[in-house]
Design a protein around this ligand. Structure first.
Ligand code: GDP
Ligand code: MG
Length: 163
C-alpha cells in the first residue's frame, strides 16, 4: 500500500488549489459517504519516483466560527490518523491565526512529520512573510504560490524526504 500524504489547514488557505496542482489531472475518487468524510478527496501523486496517496480535507463552509473550528479539527484528526506525512497549509498573506495555532498544536501531538507550506506568496517580495510562521514550531516553512506553482517542488521534495 502507498504512503499517505494529508493536506490540512483552515478553510480558504488554498489546500484544494495545492492539491490540484500536485494531483494534476489524476484526481480519481471523490468520496461519496455521508457525514464528515464527504468532502475528502483522494488522489495519487508522484515525485522523484515516489508514489503516494494524497488527501485533501475540508471544503465546507460554515456560518459559525465554532463550527468551522470543530470541523477543521475533525477533518484534520481523521486525515492525521491515516497520514504518513502531513502537509499543513497556511495563508502567508494573513499571517498566523488562532486557528492555525490550534491546528499546529494538534499536529504536534500527532508526532508525525509535518511540512509547513506558506501559501499565497505569489511574488518574491512577499517571501519574507514566511518568518512569522516559525512560531508554529515546525521545520523551515516553505513559501508557496499554489496558483503560480512556485515553491510546490520544494514542498514535494520535503514530503518525499519523509516517505
Ligand atoms: P481551501 O479552502 O483551503 O481548499 O482553499 P482553496 O484552494 O479553495 O482556495 C481558496 C481561495 O484562495 C481561492 O480563491 C483560491 O483561488 C485562492 N488561492 C489558492 N492558492 C492561492 C495562491 O497561491 N495565491 C493566491 N493569490 N490565491 C490563492
Ligand atoms: Mg478546499
Amino acid at each position: 500500500t502507498l504512503p499517505v500524504v494529508a493536506i490540512v489547514g483552515r478553510p480558504n488557505v488554498g489546500k484544494s488549489t495545492l492539491f490540484n496542482r500536485i494531483a494534476g489531472e489524476r484526481i480519481a475518487i471523490v468520496e461519496d459517504k455521508p457525514g464528515i468524510t464527504r468532502d475528502r478527496i483522494y488522489s495519487k501523486g508522484d515525485w522523484s519516483g515516489r508514489d503516494f496517496h494524497l488527501i485533501d480535507t475540508g471544503g465546507l463552509e460554515f456560518d459559525q466560527k465554532d463550527e468551522v473550528i470543530q470541523h477543521i479539527r475533525q477533518q484534520a484528526e481523521l486525515a492525521v490518523e491515516e497520514a504518513d506525512v502531513i502537509l499543513f497549509v497556511v495563508d502567508g498573506r494573513e499571517g498566523v491565526t488562532a486557528t492555525d495555532q490550534e491546528v499546529a498544536r494538534m499536529l504536534h501531538r500527532s508526532n508525525k512529520p509535518v511540512i509547513l507550506a506558506v501559501n499565497k506568496l505569489d511574488h518574491i517580495k512577499h517571501h519574507e512573510e514566511v518568518y512569522d510562521f516559525y512560531q508554529l514550531g515546525f521545520d523551515e516553512p516553505i513559501a508557496v504560490s499554489s496558483i503560480h506553482g512556485t515553491g510546490t517542488g520544494d514542498v514535494l521534495d520535503a514530503v518525499v524526504n519523509h516517505l
